[in-house]
Design a protein around this ligand. Structure first.
Ligand SMILES: [Fe+2]
Length: 580
């Protein structure tokens, strides 16, 4: 979901919201080889060429989920028959002169011909090249880095989110793929795919660009989700980025359905679309088939995507799962609003009695305890930073009163449109903007802050979801003590939403200034443009560069930095717009 007044059937609408119209056959050997106990195939000798299957590589290669000694390799190979046998090779050089690991992996229709290999026995902090072979084809070459073990002075992550195929070209992916400087990994914070059909969010734009969703309907079944992933992965810019670096991924809502929570989605209708659990499980299955991530360890539910990546003693990148594990249903400012005897909304009581309710959960008790342990362990072993890869905004963000802030001509024009009118009028209540974000789960946020303060963690948060860029200084609302920083990444393509309030570009500057002025946590807001973050983590400071692409309406074009935000361990945050 997005955050601003987007057309994202729910985005902003769902939050403040509420005031607007809510709007094959299985191959047993293949399965066992890939997902049986010890699916690692790292030291299996390569079979003779004639034992490999005839197959074509249809969607490039990928790797991800790095450890100090391993990488998860991925490809997709389609051929005749049930089981496809492929060889894989890992080398220290691009020309594959020094092949240091190789083996055979199998796949088949039971997993949509996607193939995952867990390679072990690699060196920490090293770059490797990999490829796959069938009897008659060789895949492209991919590369990726293992996690460093010690002596790490700096780590560099590219951070992305919200890549709707139909809204535009993935030029931001291209810009990262073309970086000449090294990156340790690409962190994708979710909305890697969108679930809508061609008549849903982004449908009109996708028709103009010739990038309409496949299948044409909203995806619900396993076959649907697979087809959607397959479509996204035909994109050459995305394929090149996957081949360029290891990915660390987490889903947000659109990998299942809009504003998903553990028991459903406001966009899911069990009467017409079947049981939520079936849809959720289909979405998760396709996700693990198509993305280079290991399944959760035995004993964990399959939706437990939370895990820790330690970059030596520099930073623990802690990936949390805030959709399907323990999230309770988001509150709604229309459905749950408390009203006085005259029917007028009482936003103060609504906040106190609904938003602040202690039973509201974002991660679930089990994951909260796991996070406590992860932070404790990271601090104990001396890591300079504890960084969360998180989906929805943590910072407190109240709606500025746009009715009094918009220039008169913009306001008069906006009020002629019913959706914009309802939304603008709702901003008078001063409520948090997005109740699907941590603002709708304030007791859970307090528990998070309690854990951060108790463990003395040096907290930095990476956040997606909003289709806007942010630099936030997080404060505990009970005493305004600083508890960390948050870097919010805009989207690869999905729109921010303010353009639905006014087509006049002045709207952006007004909104950005108002959001910063209104909210003590918000130091920087950027409501336009698409792009990515480059986060450089040093022992004393994190430097986050904000990049935007020139356009998404045609493939290609430049990317340029428009802001740099530095955060020191001592607590200072410096925002430097590039033009300044
Ligand atoms: Fe999104």
């Amino acid at each position: 979901m997005s955050w601003a007044p987007a057309k994202d059937a729910g985005a902003f609408l769902q939050g403040l919201a509420a005031f607007m119209t809510d709007p094959v056959r299985p191959s047993r050997r293949g399965l066992l080889a890939l997902f049986g106990a010890g699916a690692t195939l790292s030291s299996t000798p390569v079979l003779a060429q004639d034992k490999l299957s005839t197959a074509v590589f249809t969607h490039g290669v990928a790797c991800g989920d790095p450890t100090p000694s391993g990488l998860l390799l991925w490809t997709r190979a389609v051929g005749e028959g049930g089981e496809i046998r492929l060889a894989w090779e890992v080398a220290t050089d691009e020309g594959f002169v020094k092949i240091i690991r190789s083996g055979v992996a199998t796949t088949g229709p039971a997993r949509d011909y996607t193939c995952k290999v867990e390679v072990e026995g690699l060196k920490p902090g090293a770059t490797y090249h990999y490829r796959f072979r069938s009897a008659d084809a060789v895949s492209r070459v991919g590369r990726g880095r293992t996690l460093p073990a010690k002596g790490v002075k700096a780590a560099r992550l590219a951070v992305v989110s919200c890549s709707h195929y139909g809204f535009g070209y993935f030029n931001a992916y291209r810009a990262i793929a073309d970086l000449t400087s090294p990156i340790d990994a690409v962190v994708h914070l979710g909305d890697y795919i969108y679930e809508y059909g061609v008549d849903g969010y982004g449908g009109a734009e996708s028709k103009i660009l010739g990038r309409q969703h496949q299948p044409a309907h909203e995806i619900v079944t396993l076959a649907d989700y697979r087809q959607r992933f397959a479509q996204y992965r035909t994109d050459p810019d995305l394929q090149d980025l996957h081949a360029r670096a290891a990915f660390i991924t987490i889903w947000d809502d659109h990998e299942t359905a809009n504003n998903a929570w553990m028991g459903g989605s406001p966009a899911h209708d069990e009467k017409t679309e079947g049981a939520w659990e079936a849809r959720r499980d289909a979405a998760i299955q396709a996700y693990f088939e198509w993305l280079p991530m290991r399944d959760p360890p035995a004993g964990q539910p399959r939706h437990a995507l939370n895990r820790v990546y330690d970059y030596g003693d520099l930073v623990s990148l802690i990936v949390i799962e805030t959709r399907l594990t323990g999230r309770t249903k988001a509150p709604s400012a229309s459905r749950d609003m408390i009203r006085d005897a005259a029917g007028r909304p009482d936003p103060v009581r609504f906040e106190k009695e609904v938003l602040d309710a202690p039973q509201r959960s974002m991660m679930g008790a089990r994951q909260e305890a796991w996070l406590d342990q992860a932070l404790t362990a990271s601090v104990k072993r001396g890591a300079a930073w504890q960084m969360l890869a998180n989906q929805v905004i943590v910072a407190r963000m109240r709606a500025p009163d746009f009715m009094s802030l918009l220039p008169k001509d913009l306001l008069d024009d906006a009020l002629t449109r019913p959706g914009a009118k309802r939304w603008l009028e709702s901003t008078r209540l001063g409520l948090p903007i997005n109740l699907d974000a941590w603002d709708g789960y304030s007791a859970a946020r307090l528990r998070l802050y309690d854990t951060v303060r108790k463990t003395k963690a040096n907290l930095a948060v990476l956040t997606g979801d909003t289709h806007m860029f942010w630099g936030n200084r997080l404060h505990d609302p009970r005493d305004e003590t600083p508890v960390g920083v948050e870097f919010g990444v805009g989207s690869i393509t999905s729109p921010g939403g303010y353009e639905t309030i006014s087509p006049d570009p002045r709207i952006y500057a007004v909104a950005e200034k108002a959001l910063v002025d209104r909210n003590p946590d918000v130091r920087f807001a950027h409501a336009r443009d698409h792009g990515f973050l480059l986060v450089e983590i040093g022992r004393q400071a994190i430097t986050c560069d904000y990049f935007k692409v020139a356009n998404i309406a045609v493939r290609g074009g430049s990317a340029e930095r428009f802001c740099r935000i530095s955060a020191t361990r001592a607590g200072a945050m410096t925002v430097t717009p590039t033009s300044a």
